[in-house]
Design a protein around this ligand. Structure first.
Ligand SMILES: C[S@@+](CC[C@H](N)C(=O)[O-])C[C@H]1O[C@@H](n2cnc3c(N)ncnc32)[C@H](O)[C@@H]1O
Length: 340
């Protein structure tokens, strides 16, 4: 248990959460074993993440004010690195409820991944001149189905409308920003879809943001505002079933998009999904193109710290690597010159 927790503390330190690194280090050295009281004998990565998320949810619900005082995401102003005594109290006082929370799968929706999405859509728009029919698989709460309503800053420039969501340092190099980008339809799927306008779902998404990563939490809250005024639908379905009847539509570019979800697919589902895409691609025409746009690891079947923006566009069907960036999406370095 001690070694598991220390290894995960190092992971949090490397990935930018000094607060969680400190909490897990203190937990590893806790003679009373408050974490063991919740997790049992082993601190598996998944269960530690769920424990931290469940405690964060209690914080966001306003139920543990002494601990909330250390959580920047809850407006806390006390030192996040001094949260351990209050954190430990919560583990002991809410052990049964936290143990129950371990059964819920974590759910995240990273708004920073709008940076690869918008750039990829611009490439499709530049190549086809058509409005976009946007289909997202593994859409979670569907926040990025509204990506064209976000503002992206890059160097000294800016792309996109005025928006509560402002993505700083979104791009290095540029996608084809002159292309006219219009989204005609926004539809997604997820086996566990969340309604981004529901307070409970909002808290669930926020609870899996690390509490000292306030920029990410701010992006998320801003995206909830956008979601309240820009409709999009996310249906409850796995990716392959969702794309079963995928077909091109005249007058729009049909774009199937996904980010950081391929690793969750079984081999069988991934193969089925690719067959649906190939079949729709084979039926594509110049006036009814089909695109497969993704932001996934170099080996998409594994989660990776660096991800590639790739595009296949039919009728031609060629695959291009458009850019790459950290898994949270910011910044994307574009590897191709703007299409003309
Ligand atoms: C790490 S989250 C990423 C969510 C979102 N794509 C993003 O980039 O913010 C992975 C998502 O994949 C979804 N997922 C898991 N299995 C899936 C499947 N078989 N088909 C579609 N989505 C799936 C999960 O429910 C979750 O919403």
């Amino acid at each position: 248990m001690r070694e598991d927790l220390l290894a995960q503390a190092r992971g949090c330190a490397e990935l930018g959460s000094p607060m969680y690194a400190e909490l897990l280090t203190r937990a590893a050295d806790d003679p009373g074993g408050a974490v063991a009281g919740v997790l049992g004998e082993r601190a598996e990565p998944g269960s530690v993440l769920r424990m931290l998320g469940t405690v964060h949810r209690l914080v966001l619900e306003g139920r543990v004010p002494d601990l909330a005082a250390h959580y920047p995401t809850a407006g806390g102003t006390k030192d996040p690195l001094a949260a351990w005594p209050a954190f430990r109290e919560v583990l002991v006082g809410h052990a049964a409820e936290i143990r129950e929370g371990l059964a819920d799968p974590p759910q995240t929706n990273e708004v920073g991944r709008a940076a690869p999405l918008v750039g990829g859509l611009l490439s499709v728009a530049a190549a086809t001149g058509l409005p976009i029919r946007l289909l997202e698989i593994g859409a979670s709460a569907g926040l990025n189905l509204r990506a064209d309503h976000f503002r992206l800053r890059h160097g000294s420039g800016v792309y996109g409308p005025e928006s509560p969501v402002v993505l700083e340092n979104a791009w290095r190099g540029l996608p084809p920003v002159e292309a006219p980008l219009a989204v005609a339809e926004r539809l997604g799927c997820d086996p566990s879809p969340l309604d981004p306008t529901a307070p409970e779902a909002q808290r669930l998404l926020l609870s899996y943001v690390w509490p000292d990563q306030t920029a990410r939490a701010e992006r998320l809250r801003a995206a909830f505002e956008v979601a309240a005024r820009v409709p999009a639908t996310v249906v409850r379905a796995g990716a392959a079933d969702f794309l079963e009847d995928l077909a091109p539509e005249p007058g729009v570019a049909t774009v199937v998009w996904h980010s950081t979800m391929w690793a969750y697919l079984s081999e069988e589902e991934a193969a089925r999904l690719l067959r649906h895409l190939e079949r729709a691609g084979a039926a594509a025409t110049g006036d009814a193109p089909v695109a497969h746009l993704s932001f996934e690891g170099r080996d998409p079947s594994r989660l990776d710290a660096t991800q590639l923006v790739t595009l296949r566009l039919w009728p031609d069907g060629g695959r291009m690597v458009l850019g790459e960036g950290p898994a949270h999406g910011l910044p994307i370095t574009w590897s191709r010159p703007p299409a003309t």
